[in-house]
Design a protein around this ligand. Sequence first.
Ligand code: GLN
Length: 386
Amino acid sequence: MQKLSDRTAGFTDSVIRRMTRISNQYGAVNLSQGFPDFEPPKEILDRLEQVAHEDFHQYSITWGAQNFREALAAKQSPLMGRKIDPSSEIVVTCGSTEAMMAAMMTVANPGDKVIVFSPFYENYGADTILSGAEPIYVPLYPPTFQFNPDELEAAFKQKPKALILCNPSNPCGKVFTYEELSIIADLAKKYDAYVITDEVYEHIVYAPHKHVYFSSLPGMWERTISCSSLSKTYSITGWRLGYIIAPPEIIEVAKKVHDFLTVGAAAPLQEAVIPGLQFGQSYYDDLQTKYTHKKDLFLKGLDDIGLVHTNPEGAYYVLLDISEFGYESDLKFCEDLAREVGVGAVPGSSFFREPVNHLIRFHFAKKDETLQEALNRLADIRKKLK
Ligand code: GLN
């Protein structure tokens, strides 16, 4: 038999998704792969029920159903500070996972360099490999996860085609300030690079931090490929609804990539989510309040147990320092944690370029009682893992 493709040799399966399978195997409370265990908004579910009996069972337009794109453009335009054209400036994708992949394929040729901050969401590694690009990693330094502007400029001097910006950031919870984004913008302009954003946590930001859309910075619309999704905002990660927003010349190319990758996102689901896209500001305020409460509940619980952790400014992840347990492998720690303590986590090493083995990631997008159950189990962690 001939060898399978070299392209796939450079990465493993997703550790995040693997940890969900391991958590299920041991009946652990799964705080690994980030997805909620509470219901999506009722308005969306009610519409889903109706849609089953309406005419939405065949392909929608490949780059997204017209009314979905119109509703999305109406929602995003005021947020992103410009009038987005639903016909020429949006491609609807199967989750932001496809959006990011399509953006990479749109921008990068094999051999092109792409800047990735470390820690990073693990898909970006595979995205660069699959598109043939070569990542240049630039560290974000704990505890605030700031970058060093000189290191960033040194990366830009290697003539990258693009920079990937996850903001608010998974897994470190960083919300980039306007000043930090301006530094990136100046460098992108100076070295003529694109910026591919992943803004799926755009509505999960903790006061006093604020989300700034990168494309809204002066001169950045032209060179930004904004990717996001409805997964986190409406608690529908399984619906796989994502999108790319960018100038027409870029979208023209992204539409082609998307068309041949997946044809299109699920037509009935695009229709069913429209009431969500039409929610007023109070929905997003409530979402913020809900996640702020969950963050406070979970972090206080970790503090009570005496576990050292980061303080996220946005998104719904927390990194926990496991140095005190003396493990050499954070993967082994997470396996033991799932089996012995009954809580699922993701090993930090799957997010860092640097040899980091002392961190694990929990997410707190769960019902209060689920978080409480995880905390009850974690209370015994030192008895079980030391
Ligand atoms: N973004 C989520 C995480 O980091 C899950 C993403 C996924 O598995 N597609 O856990």
